[in-house]
Design a protein around this ligand. Structure first.
Ligand code: IFM
Length: 443
């Protein structure tokens, strides 16, 4: 890995901040989802990062990272009438200034799923007007922070926001229509494209990208039905988002399949307007890739994301507490595939990490050897991809702190810093020191 390689850690606002009722914050769809009892625990307090960020940044400083990927809560900085909330901006000013003073470069994710509830009430992501509201918010934050923040990620994981939020209803806002999910996904991608232009206008030296999650897959056998199911799964889970971002438009096989299934009209969907695909394909400086696991697909699994069943020739090196198969070589292979298919100018691993629930022992140490092995094997896979010619220029470990893992609550622990969610005590895990040593090696 070369001199310019960026080593970082990542979090998101709802998962760590808490401070739900502080300084004029309005509700997001996750606050509502939690109020409706759809989360085992709420994010009202989370890791109380809202009040403890100076200590958290001091810990990051001990870690020695170059960069910190964090998200801004839309609901802190813009009120329900679209007016700027100065107190919300001031909170992030405090974080950004403390990071810069510590020599850590802030990488901002503008949207990590916390849509203002008022916009969901007006139609949410399936409604095109949400894009204008997002652009207004992007304009505010890029204008305000652009003098100090040079690396911007527009949208985090549009597949998750669209499919889990609007099709499966297991994530906020909890709606269950594939037609809505496809419209939501399109509008999230358009919001990305619009944001690229807005950020560039406000911050001429910005580097802008999007964080796409992926679920690389392979057929369970050479059997025709398994191969076709795998092709469909890849279209549903990956190509539907990667192809338009890189100017290939929506994959024709999936447009046909969705029309046949009755999710889309057989003619052009009503949400696809002239010029949309050009907007979505805005030039980006890097592709952010979030990778956790890969999956084997058999007939019947065309649209089923489940990482626990791994038939076939390549058994995983175990499972994380999420039940996700540990498949580092899947990352190496997928990086090669992305390079060959889309030729992105640069790839940044914007998330990679593992949930293991190791707790402090009697001596206070958190011996999370399984996480160290996971991280080591995935960083080695990236290194190998780089040797094979893929331009990977950064790695953000998910996550810095044990945090609110959405509908899994606090039970799933991805952090390299253990958080006791009752006392809010932070304890460095052994993986923290492992990562500190790993990133301090001469490059
Ligand atoms: O915690 C999430 C994060 O918010 C988005 N990417 C996947 C992580 C682990 O599930």
């Amino acid at each position: 890995m070369g001199n310019e390689f960026t080593w970082g850690v990542a979090t998101s606002a709802y998962q760590i901040e808490g401070g739900r009722f502080e300084d004029g914050k309005v509700d997001s769809i996750w606050d509502t989802f939690s109020d409706k009892g759809q989360l085992p625990e709420s994010g009202d307090v989370a890791c109380d990062h809202y009040h403890r960020y100076p200590d958290d940044i001091a810990l990051m400083s001990q870690l020695g990272v170059d960069a910190y990927r964090m998200s801004i809560a839309w609901t802190r900085v813009v009120d329900n009438s679209g007016r700027v909330n100065p107190a919300g901006l001031a909170f992030y000013d405090g974080i950004i200034d403390a990071l810069l003073a510590a020599g850590i470069s802030p990488w901002i994710t503008i949207y990590h799923w916390d849509l203002p509830q008022s916009l969901e009430d007006a139609g949410g992501w399936p409604d095109r007007h949400t894009i204008d509201a997002f652009d207004h918010y992007t304009n505010i934050v890029s204008n305000h922070f652009g003098n100090r923040v040079k690396n911007w990620i527009t949208i985090n994981e549009p597949w998750v926001a669209a499919m889990l939020g609007y099709r499966e209803g297991v994530f906020a806002p909890g709606r269950t229509s594939m037609a809505d999910a496809l419209a939501a996904g399109h509008h999230l991608l358009l919001a990305h494209g619009r944001a690229v232009a807005t950020i560039r206008a406000n911050v001429p030296d910005a580097r802008v990208g999007i964080a796409l999650d992926c679920r690389p897959s392979r057929p369970a056998s050479a059997n025709e039905a398994d191969v076709a199911a795998n092709r469909h799964f890849d279209g549903f889970r990956n190509r539907w988002f990667f192809d338009p971002v890189f100017g290939l438009g929506y994959p024709q096989d999936m447009l046909n399949a969705y029309a046949t299934a009755g999710y889309l009209p057989s003619t052009r969907p009503d949400w696809l307007k002239d010029g949309d695909l050009e907007t979505i394909a805005a030039d980006i400086d890097f592709l952010g890739l979030n990778y956790y696991t890969s999956q084997t697909i058999a007939a019947g699994g065309e649209e089923v994301e489940t990482a626990t069943i791994q038939p076939g020739p390549n058994p995983p090196a175990g499972y994380t507490d999420m039940g996700w198969a540990i498949t580092p070589d899947g990352l190496r292979q997928y990086l090669g595939h992305l390079n060959d298919t889309y030729a992105p100018p640069s790839i940044i691993i914007t998330e990679n990490g593992a949930s293991f629930a190791d707790a402090p022992g009697p001596d206070g140490q958190v011996r999370d050897l399984r996480r160290q092995r996971y991280l080591e094997s995935h960083i080695e896979a990236i290194d190998q991809a780089i040797r094979e010619g893929v331009a990977v220029d950064g790695y953000f470990l998910w996550s810095f702190l044990d945090n609110l893992e959405w509908t899994s609550g606090y039970a799933q622990r991805f952090g390299i810093v253990h958080v006791d969610h009752t006392s809010q005590t932070r304890t460095r895990k052994e993986s923290f020191d492992w990562y500190r040593r790993r990133i301090s090696r001469p490059r």
